[in-house]
Design a binder for this molecule. Sequence first.
Ligand SMILES: NC(=O)c1ccc[n+]([C@@H]2O[C@H](COP(=O)([O-])OP(=O)(O)OC[C@H]3O[C@@H](n4cnc5c(N)ncnc54)[C@H](O)[C@@H]3O)[C@@H](O)[C@H]2O)c1
Length: 343
Amino acid sequence: MERIAVIGAGSWGTALAKLLAEKGNDVLLWAYEPEVADAINREHRNLLYLPETELPATLRATPDAPEAVEGRSYVISVVPSKALRNVWSGLASHLATEAVVVSCTKGIEAAGLKLMSEVLDECLPDHPAANRTVLSGPSFAKEVARHLPTSVVIAGSDAQVRRRVQELFRTPMFLTFTHDDVVGVEVGGAVKNVLAIATGMADGLMLGHNARATSITRGLYEMIKIGQALGASPLTFMGLSGIGDLVLTCTGELSRNRTVGLELGRGRSLAEIQSEMRTVAEGVPTAEAVHKFSLERHIELPICERTYRVMYEGLSPHQALLELCALPLNAELGSIMRAQRVS
Ligand SMILES: NC(=O)c1ccc[n+]([C@@H]2O[C@H](COP(=O)([O-])OP(=O)(O)OC[C@H]3O[C@@H](n4cnc5c(N)ncnc54)[C@H](O)[C@@H]3O)[C@@H](O)[C@H]2O)c1
């Protein structure tokens, strides 16, 4: 039995805490909203974020984050990207050096264009980076909570730590593969949310299945370009955290980012759509980060760029489509193939 903290009681944090508690571990779940912690302790339900799921009675929750982290061997971080820096800045002094941190947040910090692992590096200067891993892949919380078959990757720099985390999460229906390309795994998990908004928009405009497949595939090309610029291996994007999560998020009914795109395509504004959502759609802030990245690095990302302009600059989805269709057509995988030949 391991002593585990889960930081963040949204739908994903709650589903992972449930999985770990069902494996017989001692799990303490930190909830930002005190009423969420209260309902988990009293009614064994997270009424705000995973209401339909009954939670194990052994799973305890607290609104006190330092209390959750103190003395825990594993700390699973599942806060939204916008809150990551703030939450972890207050936790550094409570985290044991030997504790293993598993980061499950998917996003890029727009202010400094930082991946989530880089934000953690900055917030935890005394905690060894080798003791940190990333968990990512095609995984809707609601399906994991129902024990439906799911596969994810655990990425980290230390092989032994990766294997420990792999074993920690593995169940008969939750398959954990390992990976050493942390940057590639994080880029895939972040950028797929922007592409899900784009693909949702195409579906909202009722452009058909050909357009949907084009959006996913050309989107994958943009994802790989971003990854390569940051030193990731292009092959990583052929795996669960790349194409796997991209397909799930672009096509799955449960995807919030796809839902945002659908509604944009149907003519609603971002402000209107977001005013009705309690849960996070990480693609919205990540689109801003990717936009800044493309300007800074002079990398052409036509789909991500149009998605950003629809959300932040009032470009109409129909005009975005016309612009994309009018782009000059080059060799399909041009810059990726060129980079491969050079290296
Ligand atoms: N839901 C999924 O199926 C799923 C799957 C894989 C990864 N993820 C990733 O996990 C992360 C968390 O997403 P989620 O779906 O669990 O969240 P959610 O949308 O279900 O819930 C929002 C969460 O944000 C918290 N929150 C809101 N404001 C906060 C603040 N100021 N400070 C700290 N916490 C605050 C809420 O308490 C809640 O825990 C995201 O990066 C998401 O991309 C989600």
